[in-house]
Design a protein around this ligand. Sequence first.
Ligand SMILES: Cc1cc2nc3c(=O)[nH]c(=O)nc-3n(C[C@H](O)[C@H](O)[C@H](O)COP(=O)(O)OP(=O)(O)OC[C@H]3O[C@@H](n4cnc5c(N)ncnc54)[C@H](O)[C@@H]3O)c2cc1C
Length: 696
Amino acid sequence: MDLENGQIVFRNLPVGPLTPYRNRAKCDWRKLKLIFEDEDLLKVKLFVWKTLEKDPLFHRSIVESTTDEKKRLAAVRLRRYIDYKFVPGELQMPYRKRTKLFMAYNEALACTYPDVSVKHALGVGLFSNTIITLGTEKHRKYAYVADKMLSCLALTEIAHGSDTKQMRTTATYDRNTKEFVINTPDFEAAKCWVGNLGKQCTHALLFAQLYTKGECHGLHAFVVPIRDPATLQPYPGILVGDMGEKIGLHGIDNGFVMFDRYRIPKDNLLNRTADVTPDGDYESSFTEPGRILGAALENLSMGRVGIMQECSNNLVCAVTIAVRYAFVRRQFSPKGEGGGDSAELAIIEYPLHQWRLFPHMAAAAVLRIFVNGFTETYLTVIEKSASSIELENLSHMVSEIHALVSAAKPLMSFSARDAAQECREACGGHGFLKAARLGEIRSTVEPCLTYEGDNNVLAQQTSNWLLRQWRAPEGQLSSPLGSCGFFLRRREIRGRRRAVGSVREAQSQDFIMDAYEWLILNLVEETDKKMTEIMESGSSKFTARNESQVYRASVLTRAYGEYTALRYYWLKVVNAEDTLKPTLVDLGVLYGLSCLDKHLIYFYQGGYAVDAQFARNIKEAVLESCKKLKIEALAVIDGMAPTDFVVHSVLGASDGKVYENLEKLLLASPEATTRPSWWKEIVYGTSALTNLPSKL
Ligand SMILES: Cc1cc2nc3c(=O)[nH]c(=O)nc-3n(C[C@H](O)[C@H](O)[C@H](O)COP(=O)(O)OP(=O)(O)OC[C@H]3O[C@@H](n4cnc5c(N)ncnc54)[C@H](O)[C@@H]3O)c2cc1C
């Protein structure tokens, strides 16, 4: 796949060990590609990849470098990436078009250089977006000046992360000087984990408790200069430093900062929703401080959609590597022992291996299409909410999109994490090589579970919203996007009892979606019941919520996320070409059934499943779907996979020449075959270690 004169060119895939299996597929991977990708956005990504591939600065070394070198490289690559001016800077471009383009450029970078992409997303994208949405005309000067400054977003503190309302950094208005005084009361209130802050950023988008006339008005966002852009020296009154060694994303300088009565101009308050008059009177378009924070944080949810895309790309790369490898790697022969037996089976022939990999491949396909469709919905809602036109149901729409993001970000990141781990194990020992790239994928997706809202905390926002819908008076659902429209049919759905008479019946879209509707309603009802019981026994709503998370609310969010992903998926599949449809349906069915398999107990507990055959047929259907998908698996993978430059794995190249590529890799390392420089330290006779006096 290449880009020539602005057009995508689908070249034949290289001939090699994968060719015999590839030739058996009925689906055309090129056509599948245009199901998984928007053609225009794919062109954007190919353009970025081609440009970076040609640039020696973006050469990826197989040798591990120091953490400082990784930070340096990420920083200079970021500068170069910005210099390429890939991202259109004009403010005039319509919001949705501009944001989609921006996201595609960021996605292209995220699949190849995750550190650089996070730095860029935080330091340029999120900053500009927040300035535009939370600031006013006077702040525009900060937006789109990435070539002169780099920013960060400072919210988390040492002692508080998820509970944002408890942040203790203060911004106190001084009406004599018309300034805000930023102060960190103690180390526990130091801002921390802030990406780009440790070594590099010039400005911070800081969240601090706004005080004026002795009264606290809650968290507000401020633009705070941190370092002199010409020297990168911090300004007096600021103690800023790096978080030190982490367990991944080493190129990012996550930092901490403490302010000692540090002064910034009054104008640095992002004042779209609230302001302070020169005399120090507080004015807000919201009556409750909690809503101001909510509005501010809502703007950050764009980052969560970016995380979903990043996880989707990493999930695709992980399964690409493991599935291609599984079609090449051979172990054991039905004929028994014997060296070089031509009847040795590719490991993908083993049902156990198919069962380990194909549900992740199906997840990659379903979630890819979900993310593409959901991004469109998300941007439409945000665009509407930013326009001055009053829309009926707008606030309901915003609440629903928030509930969806809060389910989808955990779903995507948990799925990518699980796939990365399983794919690493599925590649055996070679999967442990750095050059296999599964380690990098795993450590890239892992922090996505935590940042931009810890998954387990974020998921509670979805279950709270679903509970509100469940408790609303009959017929008064606030779901303009229709994500829980089926709540209106609750009586009929809750009454359902189901036998699954055959494997084929289990493999139907109708069964899967019916089962999900019942499951979600069952879980919401069980959660509600449990909460009511606890509150009736005299406990608070806070306690009731916490006591009803396990086995109830948190599973509810997960099931709702999976159901929503499938809804988006089926909508796309219905319009697909006939030659692709059977495989796309098989992927959706396998995803749905392998997820339902994990929820089986609820179908028995709640009485939906009438007999043991229900579970047996679901499990059998999973296995049969895996077997069926083996024929088309490489076409699916080739359809989803980015170019070899992006996958960047010695095990997962499209030529399938795993052993040739491994040989080249091992012999390319100058240290591989040389005697270590420290050999004298360990050789008997010359080593000081052997000369220690005996204690015996
Ligand atoms: C690589 C990385 C980059 C980051 N970048 C930034 C950045 O640029 N800017 C920034 O401001 N922050 C950043 N963060 C911080 C991140 O946003 C926070 O770590 C995150 O919000 C979680 O907060 P916490 O660490 O305080 O965890 P806590 O809130 O203390 O959570 C700890 C554990 O407790 C659980 N828990 C908490 N509350 C509940 C509850 N009510 N019910 C059940 N379980 C609960 C959580 O699920 C979690 O497992 C980054 C973090 C990482 C790892």
